[in-house]
Every structure is written in structure tokens, then in C-alpha cells.
Design a protein around this ligand. Structure first.
Ligand SMILES: [Zn+2]
Length: 426
């Protein structure tokens, strides 16, 4: 993490502002601009933690913030401590404390033993630009609190970022949700990450979520989630083009000489549109390119040189081939629509299940037209497996959707995320 002080700007500043607010300080607007209010909040935090109160975030202040960002601290058991006293001291739910320390006997704590104490606030923030780095830290924070979440890596992006997968459940019927094939559509990443957090928290405390019995879902189904298929694209959109990017000159050329990627870039870092890079009528996608003004790598709709030419789409396809998914959801933005067909391969139950999703979300069931009908992930899944696959276009407006739409998007889709594994069993 870089040094942050008054005048600093960026997604990291925004993340810190959101954190400060979450833990009871008043940093002012959560806008990514380190102003006087944010500085005052940092000074206060430094005083409360016995640090030099200079309002500058570096080494020691970083360490304190890092703990809060991960959402837990390591607590050394002292004489006279019981698990109940520790829960009370930190105002946290006893079940959540026990969950984070699975494998530790709570009635036999030893003085000097280190246990994990999750803080009484959520890990996943839904009011900030959701970069790869933030997602990665959230995954670590969630895994620490809820050790039953299985974290995997399905592959690497072109620039070497991990294509993370999260697994909830242990049942025989498997479903797969993926988000952010397209860089501008990063809001779909906190959508599934928040779902993982809410699911895990309710499951750990044996509470239903929207009346759904999570234990039943856990025992009978397994939900696999890839929260960011295109991390390089997301970071190009949110962080801008960095000097160190190995495709620096090419990217500017592919973007018609423009330096601004934040409003246009859907592709991966090699200018391939990952959702046009799957082996389902890929030739038709390729042939349609000129009609859309596409003649090589660029911000959108370039299908690549051959299907699965990109490590990201290949990783998603390999992951799918290695699991026996009964149903898949691919999250995109925007339109409040659910795409459910692929040529004559759409399975018979897809309409009925699509109607359920449509009712739960308020989104309409739609059929794709033109270049969007080919070479997408759900097209490929339906084509290869003849099982239900859906593209869900969340939110409404111009991409990238503002994070202020998050709570409606989440409310619209939580029911679908919970119903999908149950529908997959029918
Ligand atoms: Zn999309």
C-alpha cells in the first residue's frame, strides 16, 4: 500500500474512507479524495491507537487499518478470559466467534493462546469502487471469519492475477455463478461477494436467508462462484492505464488513441471480449465483427483469434468442464433482463426456471439478437451441456453503473442466487 495523505486520490483512499465510516469515524464524503475531513478522522484513529497523530497513512497506521480491512484481529488469551467474555468485550455474536475458531475447544482456552476475533461489522463494502485488490482482501477476510468457505484459483489472467473461486456447500447438485466477463460491469463482483458474506453469516448462525433453509442448500447442492473473470479489465477501468502495463502502447492504439478507458473498456487486457471468445457459433461472432465496426483488438466485441484464446475464458471453460454444473448464471450489467436461450439447444426446463428468476428479480426474460447471440459463456454452456444457463443483466443505465445502484441490484438478485441451486435440483 502506498502512503496516503491530504491531497491523495484514488480507489485506495475511497476504501479507507468507507472503512473509517464503518468503524465509527467521520471521513466526509466517500469520494476517493483525501480531504480535511478524512485527515481529521485519521488523526482521531491514530490517537485512539496510540500512534503519532500526523494524519498520514503509512507503516504503523497501515497496520492498524489492515486489521480493520481484513475484519478481524488476533487476540492473545489472558488469565481469566472465557470465550463468552471475549465475545462480550468485542460485542460480537458468540456463534461467529466460534465459527472463526473452528477446531478450537472454546471451553479449554489456554493463557497465551491466539484466537481470531472478527469485528462486529461486515467485510464486503458495497459503496466503493471494487478493484481486484479489494476483492482479494475481502476473500481473505471472509475465509478467516468463515473457514467453511473453500477458496480456489481456477487460473490466471493475462497479467497474472488470480481467477478466484469460492465454494459454498457440499451437496451433489452443482451450480456456477460468474461475474465480470466485461470490465465496465465490475458492480457484479460485489454483488456475488456480498451474497457469499450474507450466506456465510446466516449459515454460521443457523438462520434462514429470505426464508431459504441454508442447511438444506448446503447439504444438497454446491454453489461455485467466480467473482471476477476479468480482473485486468476491471483494474484498467477503475485504476486507469498504468505506465508499467506491458500492453501500454497497444492499449492506447486499440482504444483509438484515447487514454480514457473508464467508460469504454469491456475486453480483457489484450483487447479480446471474453464473452465473445467461447466455442459456440464463434465463427458467426467473428463474421459479424465488421458490421459492428470491429476489426481487431479493442474495447468491445472482438472475438479473439480462436475460441478460448484467452487465459480467462479458457479458465472459465476448463472450470466448467471439470465440474458437472447443472445450471449456470453469468452476471453482466445492464438492462434488468435475463437471457436464457441459445439457438435450438435451450433445454425444456429453461423457460420455467427463467420465469422463476424473472418473478424473483422483477427482470424480464429476453432473447438475444445480433452479435450478442454468439460465443458467450451461457451460449457455450447451453450448447455443450443442454442444461439451463442464464445471462443476467443487472441494473439499469449506462455502464459502468454507479455504485449507488448497488442496493437495488442486490435486493433484485439475492432471491435468484438462493433459488438457483434449488431450481437446479428440479
Ligand atoms: Zn457484459
Amino acid at each position: 500500500m502506498r502512503t496516503l495523505k491530504r491531497g491523495s486520490r484514488g480507489n485506495d483512499v475511497m476504501e479507507i474512507q468507507s472503512l473509517l465510516k464503518k468503524i465509527g469515524y467521520s471521513p466526509g464524503l466517500i469520494d476517493g479524495i483525501f480531504g480535511l475531513q478524512t485527515e481529521k478522522a485519521i488523526v482521531q484513529l491514530q490517537r485512539h491507537n496510540g500512534l503519532v497523530a500526523d494524519g498520514i497513512i503509512e507503516s504503523n497506521t497501515h497496520k492498524v487499518l489492515e486489521r480493520f480491512l481484513l475484519g478481524y484481529e488476533n487476540y492473545t488469551v489472558k488469565s481469566g478470559d472465557t470465550i463468552f467474555k471475549i465475545a462480550q468485550k468485542y460485542s460480537i455474536n458468540l456463534e461467529l466467534l466460534l465459527t472463526a475458531n473452528f477446531g478450537t475447544n472454546p471451553l479449554a482456552l489456554q493463557v497465551g493462546q491466539v484466537i481470531k476475533v472478527p469485528y462486529a461489522f461486515d467485510v464486503v463494502d458495497t459503496n466503493i469502487n471494487y478493484t481486484y485488490e479489494i476483492m482479494e482482501r475481502d476473500i481473505e477476510g471472509l475465509k478467516s471469519r468463515y473457514p467453511f468457505i473453500e477458496v480456489g484459483v481456477a487460473g490466471k489472467s493475462v497479467l497474472g492475477k488470480n481467477l478466484y473461486t469460492l465454494k459454498l456447500g457440499n451437496g451433489p447438485v452443482k451450480v456456477f455463478y460468474n461475474s465480470v466477463h466485461h470490465g465496465l460491469e465490475w458492480i457484479t463482483s460485489p454483488l456475488v461477494m456480498k451474497f457469499v458474506e450474507n450466506f456465510a453469516k446466516a449459515y454460521a448462525t443457523e438462520r434462514p436467508l429470505r426464508m431459504y433453509n441454508l442447511n438444506d442448500i448446503w447439504l444438497n447442492t454446491t454453489i461455485y462462484i467466480m467473482p471476477m473473470v476479468n480482473p485486468d479489465g476491471v483494474d484498467l477501468v477503475l485504476q486507469g492505464l498504468q505506465q508499467t502495463n506491458p500492453f501500454y502502447d497497444e492499449l492506447i492504439a486499440w482504444n483509438d488513441g484515447r487514454m480514457n478507458f473508464g467508460e469504454v473498456w469491456q475486453a480483457n487486457i489484450r483487447g479480446v471480449d471474453l464473452n465473445h471468445n467461447y466455442d459456440a457459433s464463434w465463427q458467426l461472432s467473428k463474421q459479424a465483427e465488421p458490421a459492428y465496426g470491429v476489426n481487431g483488438p479493442g474495447p468491445t466485441r472482438y472475438s479473439g483469434e480462436y475460441p478460448e484464446s484467452e487465459p480467462e475464458s479458457k479458465a472459465v471453460a476448463d472450470f466448467t468442464r471439470h465440474h458437472d454444473f447443472k445450471l449456470v448464471l453469468a452476471f453482466h450489467s445492464q438492462g434488468e433482463e435475463i437471457y436464457w436461450t441459445y439457438q435450438d439447444k435451450t433445454p425444456s426446463q429453461a423457460r420455467r426456471i427463467g420465469d422463476v428468476f424473472s418473478q424473483l428479480s422483477g427482470y424480464s426474460l429476453s432473447e438475444t439478437t445480433g452479435i450478442a447471440s454468439f460465443a458467450g459463456y451461457k451460449d457455450w454452456f447451453i450448447d455443450k451441456y443442454c442444461r439451463p444457463g442464464y445471462t443476467i443483466e443487472v441494473g439499469l443505465g449506462k455502464n459502468p453503473l454507479p455504485i449507488s445502484q448497488f442496493s437495488k441490484i442486490y435486493q433484485d438478485n439475492e432471491g435468484v442466487l438462493l433459488a438457483a441451486p434449488i431450481q437446479a435440483r428440479s
